[in-house]
Write a protein that binds this ligand. Sequence first.
Ligand SMILES: NC(=O)c1ccc[n+]([C@@H]2O[C@H](COP(=O)([O-])OP(=O)(O)OC[C@H]3O[C@@H](n4cnc5c(N)ncnc54)[C@H](OP(=O)(O)O)[C@@H]3O)[C@@H](O)[C@H]2O)c1
Length: 292
Amino acid sequence: MKILVTGINGQVGWELLRKGPLHGCRIISFDRNALDITDSQAVSREIQNNSPDLVINCGAYTAVDKAEAETEKCWSVNRDGPAWLAASCAREHIPLIHLSTDYVFNGQASKPYTETSPTDPLGIYGRSKAAGEQEVRARLERHLIIRTSWVYGIHGHNFVKTILRLGQEKEELKVVADQWGCPTFAGDLALALLTMAKEIHAGQSNCWGTYHCCGATAVSWHEFATLILDLARKIHPVKVRNIIAITSEEFPTIAPRPKYSVLDCQKVYSVFGIQLPDLFSSLEAFFAEQEK
Ligand SMILES: NC(=O)c1ccc[n+]([C@@H]2O[C@H](COP(=O)([O-])OP(=O)(O)OC[C@H]3O[C@@H](n4cnc5c(N)ncnc54)[C@H](OP(=O)(O)O)[C@@H]3O)[C@@H](O)[C@H]2O)c1
């Protein structure tokens, strides 16, 4: 099947480009320069000219803190981009898989968020992503909105790479211990997206709507950092000796973060049979890939 993927230079897009052909999918790939999703005419033209079987939107404005200052840019990419994609897909009768985020929630829950939990984003990034979801729902029936969380991949910047770097540079690290979420390996998510795409192509039709799809283990950032460095130590010497647990108040950020953004992924399991691996297995896969 032929899949048009936007934002190919991001963590998830890059994995789709790599993994697609191994799973029988031809990926028509666009980075931001080749297709800016805020350009409605370019979006319409490329979807029409390439006539893919399905579109996956990995293009997004993901700089959570910077978004508070670059508000217009963030809204344009995260709300208007998905709107143009959904409108073009509707015209061409093509389904769309659109990625969204745990940051659509306010983080005040004490049990995992389901797809029907009310959204209440805290910052500009979360608000713009929630608005992007609404645009897709309003314009295209045959869509999947896939909310994921705490993404880390081989390609691009992320928490795992930052902790590995700091772990080589410092003897002591301070990491926030009162925010919980589910880290998601971009490679695992890409495989899940390809599975969904293939199910749709094979005729699965009772699946449209919103899904949560993230790694199977919920941790705090502090627990996540500790596990990363434990695994790193098995491969290379690590300088850091002490990983100190701190509160969010001790590590202020420009944009507020949800304290608890664990996503319930039962629905994606019951409809598509998809369950992402536990954190330990995914991190081991990440390290194995890094070492190649
Ligand atoms: N990263 C996370 O922790 C996380 C968590 C939850 C949900 N998500 C969601 O998951 C999806 C993929 O995230 P990711 O981690 O792969 O993000 P990423 O690494 O930041 O990649 C996003 C890509 O979008 C591209 N892009 C930006 N503006 C664009 C535009 N106007 N037109 C086309 N492409 C554009 C960027 O291009 P450049 O490379 O040129 O900047 C980048 O390659 C996003 O929808 C994100 O909101 C991510």
